[in-house]
Write a protein that binds this ligand. Structure first.
Ligand code: Z5A
Length: 212
């Protein structure tokens, strides 16, 4: 990606099964980084506030039916519609803490039986995360946390398949954190990992594109 990468923000993505603690950890991390004086924002995908996001939300809450390929492309479109804003913010020095990204897109759709490469293709060219924090928990342990809202994918057998497909996506940007530890212990580990990456980005680490 072109332009000046000096002191750019860092793209940190949280991934993991439903109930793995992504939202809790994103919130804690943002408060911590703000306290240190960083410019930081919390984002999440799906972003249900856009018109594409509202179609996704209706699907997830079983208010509408969509072909598996169609919903996959909508999830991807939901990221593409935020891509230029993401780049602008990062180049202006803002770190983005993002709750789910393309890895969710591929893991969930391939768990339904769609082709792996077909699922990756529309994600190609989005901004590559500097760091993916994968909150690792078994589907059984996650289900014990309760609080499923009855959304479409919140079933144990399906979450098992998602966990298997996530493993195929792991690359050098991933850090696996044991999400079964107490919240405070997960938080401590996450903070250390993220700070190292923020420093690397401030030193001029190049912004790159995903899967290209
Ligand atoms: N999806 C897709 O198919 N394609 C895509 O491209 C994208 C997503 C982006 C909606 O996601 C669905 O869309 C999702 C994937 C699919 N489906 N599923 N399953 P979402 O992000 O809107 O919803 P979610 O992933 O289900 O988020 P969540 O329910 O908010 O889970 P979470 O963020 O990982 O967990 P949490 O809210 O932080 O914590 C859950 C509970 O566990 C809560 O009571 C916490 O207090 C507790 N908790 C958290 N950490 C701990 C620890 N360490 N110990 C004990 N208890 C804990």
């Amino acid at each position: 990606l072109s332009a000046n990468n000096e002191s750019r923000g860092t793209l940190v993505v949280f991934e993991g099964l439903d109930r793995s603690g992504k939202t809790s950890q994103c919130g804690r991390l943002v408060s911590y980084l703000e306290g240190l004086g960083h410019s930081v924002e919390i984002w999440r995908f799906p972003d249900r506030t856009t018109s594409v996001g509202q179609m996704i939300s209706a699907y997830l809450t079983n208010k509408s039916q969509l072909d598996d390929h169609t919903i996959h492309l909508l999830f991807s479109a939901n990221r593409w519609e935020k891509r230029s804003m993401m780049e602008t913010k990062m180049k202006a020095g803002t770190t983005l803490i993002v709750d789910r990204y393309s890895y969710s897109g591929v893991a969930f759709s391939t768990a339904k039986g769609l082709d792996f490469e077909w699922c990756k293709a529309p994600e190609t060219g989005l901004i590559a995360p500097d760091l993916v924090v994968y909150l690792d928990i078994t589907p059984e342990k996650a289900a014990e946390r309760g609080g499923y809202r009855g959304e479409r994918y919140e079933q144990l057998e399906f979450q098992r398949k998602v966990a298997q497909h996530y493993k195929l996506l792991k690359d050098s940007s991933w850090k696996i954190v044991d999400a079964c530890q107490p919240l405070d212990d997960v938080e401590k580990q996450v903070k250390e990992i993220v700070l190292q990456h923020i420093i690397a980005c401030q030193k001029g680490k190049i912004l790159s594109s995903l899967w290209s």
